[in-house]
Write a protein that binds this ligand. Structure first.
Ligand code: RRO
Length: 351
């Protein structure tokens, strides 16, 4: 009888592409998580479990953000009202450039503690997240990155969904404003791939409308990330009879395990509606490999991780991949591409 080999030796091909950039593994950080300082970005660059890196959403100039306490987490959820604290555009441009040498993915399979297929060594993609306080500022940042060159930046993720700057509504809930900012951004984007970070939509008419707006810019938009935190939620500390957070009367963006069904529905609904040239990156509710698998089934090309990474650190991405590998093999999927979008309708007799 042939030796069937050990289960742990079966190589699973988890490679995927985002905006044409190759990733060896399909998980990395959501913007805002483990990516505000150069030291954190470096940790992600060196982490074998992170397929790419996204930087903290930035403004032209550094910001301190909202007063503390502005982040609170329990077992598998978090609420935040950070208020866009960041070091400014040039800091993240410099970090992207400086990290180029340590971002190279090692060619040797043994350096990776689980059996995943690898392509030739290449730098891990770096996606720069920008979030102007005004549309003029967002357009100016995209313009500058294109104009000044973009050593080490593989794409720009335009954040149209920050829920936490007092007095600033989430742009992507205003379809006319979204159309206008995308039109202006498209005019100054030539070669650098563009992604858009979206808020959760809860009505199918809104999925129809945002897909229509985004689809009109399909020549420049290469991916959407769905979803940002669920904005303006209230988490209460019953001991102190007040919210956990101080800014915005205690309102903040809600993330973690409980938002998974909202995130999956957004991935699924957007995948159904957007042109195939626009990748959908799942984000929201990922706390184990099964959650990553569910995002892939719903049509995600890859998955960003927020609260779970924030609470457990970069090495925890390895837990997600180990579990994902087992689930894929249990279903007979040896390549990530085989399970993407494989969701079917539940069949059965009508009552
Ligand atoms: O910094 C924040 O408060 C923040 C941002 Br920019 C975002 O896009 N999403 C979020 O939950 N927090």
């Amino acid at each position: 009888m042939e030796n069937p080999g050990r289960f742990s030796d079966v190589v699973v091909d988890m490679r995927t592409t985002v905006a044409g950039c190759e990733l060896d593994v399909p998980v990395w950080n959501a913007s805002g998580v483990w990516c505000t300082s150069a030291a954190e970005l470096r940790e992600l660059a060196l982490c074998p479990w992170a397929g790419a890196i996204t930087s903290k959403s930035c403004t032209m100039k550094p910001r301190t953000g909202n007063p503390e306490p502005r982040y609170y987490a329990e077992a598998d959820w978090s609420v935040n009202a950070m208020g866009l604290p960041n070091r400014g555009l040039s800091y993240y441009m410099a970090a992207a450039s400086r990290l180029q040498d340590v971002r190279s993915v090692p060619a040797d399979d043994r350096s990776h503690p689980i059996a995943v297929a690898r392509g030739p060594p290449r730098p891990k993609p770096f996606f720069l997240s920008v979030c102007g306080l005004t549309h003029d500022e967002s357009v100016a940042m995209v313009h500058d990155v294109n104009e000044l060159g973009f050593a080490g930046v593989d794409g720009i993720e335009l954040n149209l969904s920050c829920p936490n700057v007092p007095g600033k509504p989430q742009t992507a809930y205003d379809f006319e404003a979204t159309d206008e900012v995308l039109r202006r951004v498209a005019e100054c984007t030539d070669t650098i791939p563009l992604g858009v970070k979206l808020p959760p939509y809860l009505d199918l008419a809104h999925h129809d409308r945002i897909a229509e707006v985004l689809g009109a810019y399909k020549s420049v938009i290469r991916w959407v990330t769905a979803i940002n935190s669920v904005g303006n939620c209230l988490a209460l500390d019953v001991g102190d009879l007040c919210p956990f957070l101080r800014p915005k009367h205690g309102l903040g963006g809600f993330g973690g395990g409980p938002i998974k069904p909202i995130a999956l529905a957004n991935v699924w609904n957007l995948r159904q509606r957007l042109p195939s040239s626009i990748d959908v990156i799942g984000c929201g509710g990922v706390t184990c490999g099964r959650d990553v698998f569910e995002h892939l089934l719903a049509g995600a090309t890859a998955v960003q991780v927020g609260t779970y990474l924030m609470e457990n650190g970069p090495a925890s991405l390895g837990n997600l991949l180990r579990e994902l590998r087992v689930i894929m093999l249990m279903h007979g999927f040896e390549r990530l591409a085989d399970c993407r979008g494989q969701l079917t309708e539940r069949s059965g007799q009508q009552q």
